[in-house]
Design a binder for this molecule. Structure first.
Ligand SMILES: Nc1ncnc2c1ncn2[C@@H]1O[C@H](COP(=O)(O)OP(=O)(O)OP(=O)(O)O)[C@@H](O)[C@H]1O
Ligand SMILES: [Mg+2]
Length: 263
């Protein structure tokens, strides 16, 4: 049985690639408006969890429910329609399209017009286009990107591309936003700003966020609850204070550079 009110309920989820168990007996329940961190050393299985939650991979065992609906037979776009959007560890933008168009594409599932009206450019199509454009501009403003709306995405500085990816994911109007190392490659200042923005968008859009981040200190600064993966297993979970004090967590991070682990 799924947990009725939960936005996300992953029960005993395992995935194997050949002989490798990438994620083992993973459990996670997320309620609306929660900001949850998912941390762990390289190769721990964090991105694989995202890939299962978004339907890129099917779990070998276990069940995932979004809003009480089993996603087992769902394709990624159907899971997006249930309210789950994500960003990628390696930025995936339409590099040859404008910044504005990248965000509009993120929202396309919400602007209904038939193929015929699109081809004929009917009033209905123009109206939907206008709304899509305004919504996309509003999102760009939140990320300080509105003055660059016409740039090719590929010409944005790296940090702006990361923020554009989040804007694009938000255009799908998710209830749950999955962010896979959104601060990767950013400098300290940009990272702190981004963490603040993540906190703000959670409140502004009243969404839940699951955040993968390598730097423990950062994730602890904004998340209410943290799950720690190591070699596919959940080795700890709890409040930032509980996780920080957990010797098993400290040990799992010992192989990491001290400043990345933040311990
Ligand atoms: N499609 C796949 N086929 C085979 N093995 C895979 C596949 N996807 C992931 N893996 C393996 O699963 C394990 C977990 O990888 P994953 O990318 O989820 O780790 P991660 O925690 O996101 O690491 P990082 O911090 O480096 O991003 C790794 O050993 C990886 O090689
Ligand atoms: Mg990863």
């Amino acid at each position: 049985m799924a947990n009725g009110n939960a936005l996300l309920d992953a029960r005993d989820v395992t995935i194997r690639f050949g002989g490798l168990t990438a994620v083992s007996h993973f459990n996670l329940t997320i309620q609306p408006h929660e900001l949850v961190g998912l941390i762990g050393p390289n190769g721990a299985g964090k991105t694989t969890v995202f890939n299962m939650l978004t339907g890129v991979y099917k779990p070998t065992e276990g069940e995932i429910h979004v809003g009480g609906v089993s996603t087992h037979e769902f394709k990624p776009y159907q899971i997006t329609a249930l309210g789950v959007a994500r960003t990628f560890q390696n930025i995936r933008l339409f590099k040859e399209l404008s910044v504005l168009d990248n965000v509009k594409i993120g929202g396309h599932i919400h602007y209904k017009y038939s193929g015929t009206s699109a081809v004929l450019h009917t009033n209905r199509f123009h109206k939907a286009e206008e709304v899509a454009e305004k919504d996309a501009f509003d999102l760009l403003k939140i990320f300080g990107l509105e003055s660059r709306a016409d740039y090719y995405a590929k010409n944005l500085p790296y940090g702006d591309q990361r923020r554009l990816e989040i804007a694009r994911a938000l255009a799908a109007r998710p209830k749950l936003l999955l962010l896979d190392e959104p601060a990767a490659g950013l400098n300290d200042r940009e990272t702190l700003d981004l963490m603040e923005t993540i906190h703000e968008i959670r409140d502004k859009f009243d969404i839940a966020i699951l955040l993968i981040e390598h730097n423990m200190e950062l994730v602890m600064g904004i998340c209410e609850r943290i799950i720690v993966l190591s070699f596919g297993k959940t080795i700890a979970q709890g409040t930032p204070e509980e996780v920080r004090a957990n010797p098993v967590v400290i040990e799992a991070y010992l192989g990491e550079p001290a400043e990345a682990a933040g311990v």
